[in-house]
Design a protein around this ligand. Structure first.
Ligand SMILES: [Ca+2]
Ligand SMILES: [Ca+2]
Length: 378
Protein backbone atom coordinates (compact mmCIF):
# COMPACT_ATOMS: atom_id res chain seq x y z
CA UNK A 1 0.00 0.00 0.00
CA UNK A 2 1.28 3.44 -0.82
CA UNK A 3 0.78 6.45 1.37
CA UNK A 4 -0.96 9.47 -0.15
CA UNK A 5 2.15 11.65 0.45
CA UNK A 6 4.26 9.49 -1.83
CA UNK A 7 1.79 9.50 -4.67
CA UNK A 8 3.13 11.92 -7.23
CA UNK A 9 0.93 14.78 -8.16
CA UNK A 10 0.47 15.22 -11.95
CA UNK A 11 2.89 18.17 -11.75
CA UNK A 12 5.51 16.26 -9.78
CA UNK A 13 5.10 13.32 -12.17
CA UNK A 14 5.85 15.57 -15.13
CA UNK A 15 8.89 16.92 -13.32
CA UNK A 16 10.17 13.41 -12.63
CA UNK A 17 9.57 12.42 -16.26
CA UNK A 18 11.42 15.50 -17.51
CA UNK A 19 14.33 14.83 -15.16
CA UNK A 20 14.52 11.20 -16.27
CA UNK A 21 14.33 12.23 -19.93
CA UNK A 22 17.13 14.74 -19.41
CA UNK A 23 19.22 12.09 -17.65
CA UNK A 24 18.66 9.59 -20.45
CA UNK A 25 19.52 12.21 -23.05
CA UNK A 26 22.71 13.00 -21.15
CA UNK A 27 23.74 9.35 -20.87
CA UNK A 28 22.83 8.71 -24.51
CA UNK A 29 24.80 11.79 -25.54
CA UNK A 30 27.88 10.59 -23.67
CA UNK A 31 27.50 7.12 -25.22
CA UNK A 32 27.13 8.55 -28.73
CA UNK A 33 30.20 10.77 -28.21
CA UNK A 34 32.24 7.84 -26.93
CA UNK A 35 31.11 5.69 -29.84
CA UNK A 36 32.10 8.41 -32.31
CA UNK A 37 35.55 8.67 -30.72
CA UNK A 38 36.00 4.91 -30.68
CA UNK A 39 34.86 4.50 -34.28
CA UNK A 40 37.47 3.10 -36.61
CA UNK A 41 37.11 2.22 -40.25
CA UNK A 42 38.48 -0.86 -41.96
CA UNK A 43 39.70 -0.76 -45.53
CA UNK A 44 40.64 -3.77 -47.62
CA UNK A 45 43.93 -2.81 -49.25
CA UNK A 46 44.31 -6.13 -51.03
CA UNK A 47 41.21 -8.27 -51.53
CA UNK A 48 40.97 -12.04 -51.73
CA UNK A 49 41.11 -13.02 -55.38
CA UNK A 50 43.18 -9.97 -56.31
CA UNK A 51 45.59 -10.08 -59.25
CA UNK A 52 49.23 -10.73 -58.28
CA UNK A 53 52.48 -10.71 -60.19
CA UNK A 54 54.06 -14.15 -59.89
CA UNK A 55 57.19 -16.09 -60.87
CA UNK A 56 56.82 -19.86 -61.10
CA UNK A 57 59.96 -20.82 -63.05
CA UNK A 58 61.86 -22.51 -60.23
CA UNK A 59 64.52 -19.79 -60.13
CA UNK A 60 66.29 -18.66 -56.98
CA UNK A 61 65.44 -14.97 -56.62
CA UNK A 62 67.71 -14.40 -53.65
CA UNK A 63 66.56 -11.35 -51.67
CA UNK A 64 66.34 -8.47 -54.19
CA UNK A 65 62.84 -9.48 -55.33
CA UNK A 66 61.38 -8.52 -51.91
CA UNK A 67 62.22 -4.83 -52.31
CA UNK A 68 59.55 -2.30 -53.09
CA UNK A 69 61.61 -1.00 -55.99
CA UNK A 70 62.18 -4.43 -57.60
CA UNK A 71 61.15 -4.46 -61.26
CA UNK A 72 58.59 -7.26 -61.65
CA UNK A 73 57.36 -6.15 -65.07
CA UNK A 74 58.51 -9.41 -66.69
CA UNK A 75 56.62 -11.54 -64.17
CA UNK A 76 53.25 -13.05 -65.15
CA UNK A 77 49.97 -11.82 -63.62
CA UNK A 78 47.07 -13.81 -62.28
CA UNK A 79 44.17 -13.62 -59.87
CA UNK A 80 44.00 -15.50 -56.57
CA UNK A 81 43.66 -18.18 -55.65
CA UNK A 82 46.92 -19.08 -57.42
CA UNK A 83 48.31 -22.61 -57.29
CA UNK A 84 47.81 -26.10 -58.60
CA UNK A 85 46.67 -29.54 -57.58
CA UNK A 86 43.32 -28.89 -55.91
CA UNK A 87 41.21 -27.66 -58.84
CA UNK A 88 40.06 -24.56 -56.90
CA UNK A 89 42.66 -22.23 -58.45
CA UNK A 90 41.73 -19.11 -60.42
CA UNK A 91 45.27 -19.06 -61.80
CA UNK A 92 47.09 -22.32 -62.48
CA UNK A 93 50.78 -22.13 -61.65
CA UNK A 94 53.58 -24.22 -63.11
CA UNK A 95 55.72 -26.58 -61.02
CA UNK A 96 58.31 -27.61 -63.61
CA UNK A 97 58.71 -30.56 -65.93
CA UNK A 98 58.93 -33.25 -63.26
CA UNK A 99 55.95 -33.90 -60.93
CA UNK A 100 58.32 -35.68 -58.56
CA UNK A 101 60.75 -32.74 -58.47
CA UNK A 102 58.45 -29.74 -58.29
CA UNK A 103 59.80 -26.24 -57.70
CA UNK A 104 59.95 -25.62 -53.96
CA UNK A 105 59.53 -21.85 -54.07
CA UNK A 106 57.10 -19.64 -56.01
CA UNK A 107 57.23 -15.84 -55.77
CA UNK A 108 54.39 -13.31 -55.62
CA UNK A 109 54.29 -9.51 -55.54
CA UNK A 110 51.51 -6.97 -55.34
CA UNK A 111 51.54 -3.18 -55.08
CA UNK A 112 48.90 -1.19 -53.25
CA UNK A 113 48.45 2.50 -52.56
CA UNK A 114 48.06 4.17 -49.20
CA UNK A 115 47.53 7.91 -48.80
CA UNK A 116 47.71 8.23 -45.04
CA UNK A 117 49.86 5.57 -43.33
CA UNK A 118 50.03 7.72 -40.19
CA UNK A 119 46.31 7.14 -39.67
CA UNK A 120 46.63 3.35 -39.89
CA UNK A 121 45.85 1.98 -36.46
CA UNK A 122 46.42 -1.69 -37.25
CA UNK A 123 47.21 -3.91 -40.18
CA UNK A 124 46.10 -7.51 -40.67
CA UNK A 125 46.76 -10.21 -43.24
CA UNK A 126 44.68 -13.31 -43.88
CA UNK A 127 46.73 -15.67 -45.95
CA UNK A 128 45.92 -18.98 -47.61
CA UNK A 129 49.22 -20.81 -47.99
CA UNK A 130 49.92 -24.37 -48.99
CA UNK A 131 52.33 -25.12 -47.66
CA UNK A 132 54.44 -22.38 -46.00
CA UNK A 133 54.99 -18.71 -46.68
CA UNK A 134 57.13 -15.69 -45.88
CA UNK A 135 55.54 -12.27 -46.40
CA UNK A 136 57.45 -8.99 -46.78
CA UNK A 137 56.04 -5.47 -46.58
CA UNK A 138 58.29 -3.09 -48.51
CA UNK A 139 61.17 -5.50 -47.99
CA UNK A 140 60.53 -6.03 -44.27
CA UNK A 141 59.47 -9.54 -43.28
CA UNK A 142 56.14 -9.42 -41.48
CA UNK A 143 55.03 -13.09 -41.58
CA UNK A 144 56.81 -16.43 -41.28
CA UNK A 145 54.08 -19.04 -41.51
CA UNK A 146 54.63 -22.81 -41.43
CA UNK A 147 58.30 -22.24 -42.20
CA UNK A 148 61.34 -23.33 -40.17
CA UNK A 149 63.43 -20.77 -38.29
CA UNK A 150 66.79 -19.58 -39.49
CA UNK A 151 67.84 -18.74 -43.02
CA UNK A 152 65.37 -19.62 -45.73
CA UNK A 153 66.57 -20.29 -49.26
CA UNK A 154 64.65 -21.15 -52.42
CA UNK A 155 65.12 -24.85 -51.62
CA UNK A 156 63.97 -24.68 -47.99
CA UNK A 157 60.87 -26.82 -47.51
CA UNK A 158 57.86 -25.77 -45.46
CA UNK A 159 57.57 -27.03 -41.89
CA UNK A 160 54.53 -29.26 -42.24
CA UNK A 161 52.38 -30.65 -45.02
CA UNK A 162 49.06 -28.81 -45.35
CA UNK A 163 46.24 -31.24 -45.92
CA UNK A 164 42.48 -31.55 -46.17
CA UNK A 165 40.43 -28.89 -44.31
CA UNK A 166 43.59 -26.93 -43.50
CA UNK A 167 44.04 -26.25 -47.22
CA UNK A 168 41.07 -23.84 -47.09
CA UNK A 169 42.15 -21.81 -44.08
CA UNK A 170 43.08 -18.14 -44.36
CA UNK A 171 45.53 -17.77 -41.47
CA UNK A 172 45.12 -14.50 -39.61
CA UNK A 173 48.11 -12.33 -38.72
CA UNK A 174 48.23 -8.92 -37.12
CA UNK A 175 51.32 -7.41 -38.73
CA UNK A 176 53.71 -4.56 -37.97
CA UNK A 177 52.64 -1.43 -39.83
CA UNK A 178 55.98 0.36 -39.34
CA UNK A 179 57.12 -0.37 -42.90
CA UNK A 180 54.09 1.33 -44.48
CA UNK A 181 54.87 4.38 -46.59
CA UNK A 182 52.78 7.08 -48.22
CA UNK A 183 51.86 6.19 -51.79
CA UNK A 184 53.01 2.94 -53.37
CA UNK A 185 53.64 -0.05 -51.10
CA UNK A 186 54.49 -3.62 -52.09
CA UNK A 187 53.71 -6.94 -50.47
CA UNK A 188 56.07 -9.71 -51.57
CA UNK A 189 55.33 -13.35 -50.74
CA UNK A 190 57.30 -16.55 -51.22
CA UNK A 191 55.33 -19.77 -50.94
CA UNK A 192 57.28 -22.94 -50.21
CA UNK A 193 56.20 -26.50 -50.83
CA UNK A 194 56.81 -28.93 -47.98
CA UNK A 195 58.80 -31.03 -50.43
CA UNK A 196 59.32 -31.55 -54.17
CA UNK A 197 56.60 -34.23 -54.37
CA UNK A 198 53.76 -32.27 -52.74
CA UNK A 199 50.71 -32.54 -54.99
CA UNK A 200 49.31 -29.06 -54.43
CA UNK A 201 50.20 -25.42 -53.97
CA UNK A 202 47.80 -22.67 -52.93
CA UNK A 203 48.17 -18.94 -52.38
CA UNK A 204 45.73 -16.13 -51.79
CA UNK A 205 45.86 -13.19 -49.41
CA UNK A 206 43.90 -10.26 -48.11
CA UNK A 207 45.36 -7.18 -46.46
CA UNK A 208 43.14 -5.09 -44.21
CA UNK A 209 43.98 -1.76 -42.57
CA UNK A 210 42.08 -0.29 -39.65
CA UNK A 211 42.12 3.49 -39.57
CA UNK A 212 41.80 5.75 -36.58
CA UNK A 213 38.95 8.22 -36.94
CA UNK A 214 40.08 11.28 -38.85
CA UNK A 215 40.47 14.31 -36.60
CA UNK A 216 38.39 17.39 -37.36
CA UNK A 217 40.26 19.58 -39.81
CA UNK A 218 41.44 23.11 -39.06
CA UNK A 219 42.50 26.11 -41.09
CA UNK A 220 45.25 28.54 -40.19
CA UNK A 221 45.39 32.14 -41.43
CA UNK A 222 48.37 34.46 -41.06
CA UNK A 223 48.18 38.27 -40.99
CA UNK A 224 50.74 41.04 -40.54
CA UNK A 225 50.11 44.30 -38.66
CA UNK A 226 51.97 46.24 -41.36
CA UNK A 227 52.62 45.13 -44.91
CA UNK A 228 54.70 46.59 -46.42
CA UNK A 229 56.83 47.42 -43.41
CA UNK A 230 60.11 49.32 -43.10
CA UNK A 231 63.46 47.69 -42.40
CA UNK A 232 63.85 47.35 -38.66
CA UNK A 233 60.19 48.10 -37.97
CA UNK A 234 58.49 45.78 -35.49
CA UNK A 235 55.44 44.05 -36.90
CA UNK A 236 52.99 41.75 -35.17
CA UNK A 237 52.27 38.45 -36.90
CA UNK A 238 48.88 37.01 -36.00
CA UNK A 239 47.99 33.38 -36.66
CA UNK A 240 44.30 32.55 -36.41
CA UNK A 241 43.31 28.88 -36.20
CA UNK A 242 39.72 27.89 -36.95
CA UNK A 243 37.84 26.50 -35.09
CA UNK A 244 38.88 28.69 -32.17
CA UNK A 245 38.47 25.75 -29.78
CA UNK A 246 41.67 24.26 -31.22
CA UNK A 247 44.45 24.23 -28.63
CA UNK A 248 48.20 23.84 -28.89
CA UNK A 249 50.86 25.93 -30.52
CA UNK A 250 51.63 27.66 -33.78
CA UNK A 251 55.09 27.78 -35.34
CA UNK A 252 55.94 30.89 -37.36
CA UNK A 253 58.27 30.27 -40.28
CA UNK A 254 60.37 32.48 -42.51
CA UNK A 255 60.84 30.25 -45.54
CA UNK A 256 61.93 26.95 -43.99
CA UNK A 257 63.35 28.62 -40.87
CA UNK A 258 61.38 28.71 -37.63
CA UNK A 259 61.34 32.26 -36.28
CA UNK A 260 59.09 31.71 -33.31
CA UNK A 261 56.26 29.83 -31.69
CA UNK A 262 53.10 30.99 -30.00
CA UNK A 263 50.53 29.26 -27.83
CA UNK A 264 46.96 29.44 -29.07
CA UNK A 265 44.59 31.47 -26.98
CA UNK A 266 41.01 31.43 -28.24
CA UNK A 267 42.39 30.32 -31.59
CA UNK A 268 44.94 33.14 -31.88
CA UNK A 269 48.75 33.15 -31.50
CA UNK A 270 50.97 36.16 -32.13
CA UNK A 271 54.62 37.07 -32.36
CA UNK A 272 56.47 40.36 -32.82
CA UNK A 273 59.29 40.52 -35.30
CA UNK A 274 61.26 42.95 -37.41
CA UNK A 275 63.11 42.32 -40.65
CA UNK A 276 66.36 44.13 -41.40
CA UNK A 277 66.63 42.85 -44.96
CA UNK A 278 64.55 44.66 -47.56
CA UNK A 279 62.50 42.79 -50.12
CA UNK A 280 59.84 40.07 -49.93
CA UNK A 281 59.84 37.63 -47.02
CA UNK A 282 57.71 34.48 -47.31
CA UNK A 283 56.08 33.79 -43.94
CA UNK A 284 53.84 30.89 -42.89
CA UNK A 285 52.13 29.79 -39.71
CA UNK A 286 51.97 26.07 -38.96
CA UNK A 287 49.46 24.70 -36.47
CA UNK A 288 50.81 21.36 -35.26
CA UNK A 289 47.39 19.98 -34.34
CA UNK A 290 46.40 18.30 -31.08
CA UNK A 291 44.77 15.12 -29.86
CA UNK A 292 41.44 16.63 -30.91
CA UNK A 293 42.28 18.56 -34.08
CA UNK A 294 44.28 17.97 -37.22
CA UNK A 295 47.10 20.38 -37.99
CA UNK A 296 47.08 22.96 -40.77
CA UNK A 297 49.40 25.41 -42.46
CA UNK A 298 48.55 28.92 -43.58
CA UNK A 299 49.05 30.08 -47.13
CA UNK A 300 52.33 31.97 -47.46
CA UNK A 301 52.19 35.64 -46.53
CA UNK A 302 54.56 37.82 -48.55
CA UNK A 303 55.86 40.39 -46.11
CA UNK A 304 57.38 43.25 -48.13
CA UNK A 305 60.08 45.18 -46.31
CA UNK A 306 61.02 48.58 -47.72
CA UNK A 307 64.17 50.60 -47.30
CA UNK A 308 63.90 53.51 -44.89
CA UNK A 309 63.94 56.73 -46.93
CA UNK A 310 65.20 59.37 -44.56
CA UNK A 311 66.10 63.01 -45.05
CA UNK A 312 68.23 65.00 -42.66
CA UNK A 313 67.87 68.73 -42.01
CA UNK A 314 70.56 70.66 -40.16
CA UNK A 315 70.09 73.93 -38.31
CA UNK A 316 72.24 76.09 -36.10
CA UNK A 317 71.20 77.99 -32.97
CA UNK A 318 73.22 81.02 -34.05
CA UNK A 319 74.23 81.79 -37.57
CA UNK A 320 76.34 83.80 -37.99
CA UNK A 321 78.11 83.24 -34.72
CA UNK A 322 81.19 84.91 -33.29
CA UNK A 323 84.44 83.02 -32.88
CA UNK A 324 84.36 80.94 -29.70
CA UNK A 325 80.60 81.25 -29.24
CA UNK A 326 78.88 78.06 -28.32
CA UNK A 327 76.51 76.94 -31.05
CA UNK A 328 73.97 74.13 -30.86
CA UNK A 329 73.65 72.18 -34.09
CA UNK A 330 70.36 70.31 -34.50
CA UNK A 331 69.93 67.51 -37.02
CA UNK A 332 66.33 66.48 -37.63
CA UNK A 333 65.89 63.15 -39.39
CA UNK A 334 62.53 62.29 -40.95
CA UNK A 335 61.41 58.90 -42.13
CA UNK A 336 64.06 57.06 -40.14
CA UNK A 337 63.49 54.05 -38.02
CA UNK A 338 63.79 54.83 -34.32
CA UNK A 339 67.34 54.80 -33.05
CA UNK A 340 70.57 55.26 -34.92
CA UNK A 341 73.11 58.08 -34.84
CA UNK A 342 73.95 61.28 -36.69
CA UNK A 343 77.52 62.31 -37.53
CA UNK A 344 78.20 66.06 -37.66
CA UNK A 345 80.93 67.21 -40.03
CA UNK A 346 82.80 70.41 -40.73
CA UNK A 347 83.86 69.92 -44.31
CA UNK A 348 85.50 66.51 -44.32
CA UNK A 349 86.30 66.66 -40.60
CA UNK A 350 84.04 64.74 -38.24
CA UNK A 351 82.98 66.94 -35.36
CA UNK A 352 81.15 64.25 -33.44
CA UNK A 353 78.50 61.55 -33.50
CA UNK A 354 75.32 61.89 -31.46
CA UNK A 355 72.41 59.48 -30.88
CA UNK A 356 69.04 60.13 -32.48
CA UNK A 357 66.18 60.64 -30.10
CA UNK A 358 62.70 60.92 -31.58
CA UNK A 359 64.35 61.78 -34.88
CA UNK A 360 66.50 64.59 -33.44
CA UNK A 361 70.24 64.72 -32.64
CA UNK A 362 72.05 67.74 -31.30
CA UNK A 363 75.62 68.72 -30.55
CA UNK A 364 77.01 71.88 -29.04
CA UNK A 365 80.16 73.29 -30.47
CA UNK A 366 82.12 76.52 -30.87
CA UNK A 367 84.25 77.53 -33.82
CA UNK A 368 87.57 79.32 -33.26
CA UNK A 369 88.26 80.10 -36.88
CA UNK A 370 86.30 82.93 -38.41
CA UNK A 371 84.70 82.63 -41.81
CA UNK A 372 82.24 80.21 -43.39
CA UNK A 373 82.10 76.63 -42.12
CA UNK A 374 80.38 74.09 -44.34
CA UNK A 375 78.58 71.85 -41.85
CA UNK A 376 76.80 68.61 -42.69
CA UNK A 377 74.94 66.00 -40.72
CA UNK A 378 75.03 62.38 -41.91
CA1 LIG B 1 51.44 -28.60 -50.88
CA1 LIG C 1 44.12 -24.88 -53.47
Amino acid sequence: MTTPQLQPSPRRGALVRNCLAALFALVAGVLVTDLALAQTTSTTLIAKGAVWKYLDNGSDQGTAWRAKSFADGSWASGAGQLGYGDGDEATRLGFGPNPNAKYITTYFRKAFTLDNPSQVKSLAINVLRDDGALVYLNGVRVIRSNMPGGTITSTTGALRNVRKAREKIYHHFSINKAALVTGRNVLAVEVHQVDARSADLSFDLELIATFSPALPSTTTALASSANPSLAGQNITLTATVTPATATGSVTFKHGATTIGTGTLNAGVATMVRSFSTTGAHSLTAVYAGSADFAGSTSVALNQNVNKVNSSTALSSSANPSVAGESVTLTATVTGASPGGTVTFKDGATTLGTRPLSAGVATMTRSFAATGAHSLTAV
